[in-house]
Design a binder for this molecule. Structure first.
Ligand code: GLP
Length: 248
């Protein structure tokens, strides 16, 4: 595992963008695994800057998002499809047809989940998976207790996630209670993984993920099994770590 501790969100975004852009430049048909939430926004801003100023090319890049709420369409301003268009896709030269976000309005969610897995496999798998982390240790919407071998599936959100995410909705009752998420097993098949975290409210989940036992109680701890995972953390998110990690 590589743990990189940086001073602030802007540096977290730049460090992550360097790694992502390096991968994109090295492989023509790069497959990005993308995450939503406020954490990856500085990364997406930096990728947009690199596209506009340094010519970073997205034209042959494909993407798969981790998750989506069930029951809201991609046109809803809190859907993860809407978020991705607004925060990244609308500002770079990616082919929108090559961007995939789970369909929260699918008639048959179980069938859709199986198809999503097949689409990832057809693209040759994810080259670099971006992750945030929930304050309860979730990755994607794999809440505590999710099987570490899980595949893309439908899941109920915990009360704490609904409460955390309600800040983005008008009222807590508006937050969907279910989602489609790549499973932990799906995530672990990515060639490389970048987990970003900032803020003191993530410190405990980060420490449990990196230095705690591997347990479904903290889904992000499953990343300890992955041979190529990098955590990029701000000082406050890294505050509960006990081992000595590189500070850059
Ligand atoms: C949501 C997403 C996760 C994300 C988490 C943290 O629950 N499903 O993928 O990591 O929020 O969000 P934030 O980055 O806003 O703290």
């Amino acid at each position: 595992m590589q743990v990189i501790i940086v001073k602030d969100k802007a540096e977290m975004g730049k460090t992550a963008a360097e790694i992502v852009a390096g991968g994109m430049r090295a492989k023509e048909h790069f497959v990005l695994g993308l995450a939503t939430g406020t954490t990856p926004i500085p990364l997406y801003r930096e990728l947009i800057r690199m596209h506009k100023e340094d010519g970073l090319d997205f034209s042959t890049t494909a993407s798969f998002n981790l998750d989506e709420y069930v029951g809201i369409p991609g046109t809803h301003d809190q859907s993860y499809r809407f978020f991705m268009n607004r925060e990244l896709f609308d500002h770079v030269n990616i082919n929108k047809k090559a961007t995939h976000v789970p369909d929260g309005m699918a008639d048959d969610v179980e069938m859709f989940c199986a198809e999503y897995e097949a689409m990832i496999a057809d693209c040759g798998g994810v080259d670099c998976q971006i992750l945030g982390i929930g304050s309860n240790g979730h990755i994607g919407f794999n809440e505590p207790g999710t099987s570490l071998g899980s595949r893309t599936h439908r899941t109920a959100l915990t009360e704490s996630t609904i409460k955390d995410n309600s800040r983005l909705f008008e009222k807590v009752e508006d937050v969907p209670t279910e989602a489609i998420t790549m499973g932990i097993g799906t995530i672990l098949e990515s060639e490389s993984i970048l987990l970003l975290a900032n803020g003191a409210n993530k410190a405990k989940a980060v420490a449990d993920a990196i230095e705690g036992p591997i347990t479904a109680t903290c889904p992000a701890s499953a990343l300890q099994l992955h041979p190529n995972v990098t955590f990029i953390l701000t000082e406050d998110a890294a505050a509960d770590l006990k081992l000595e990690w590189h500070r850059g």
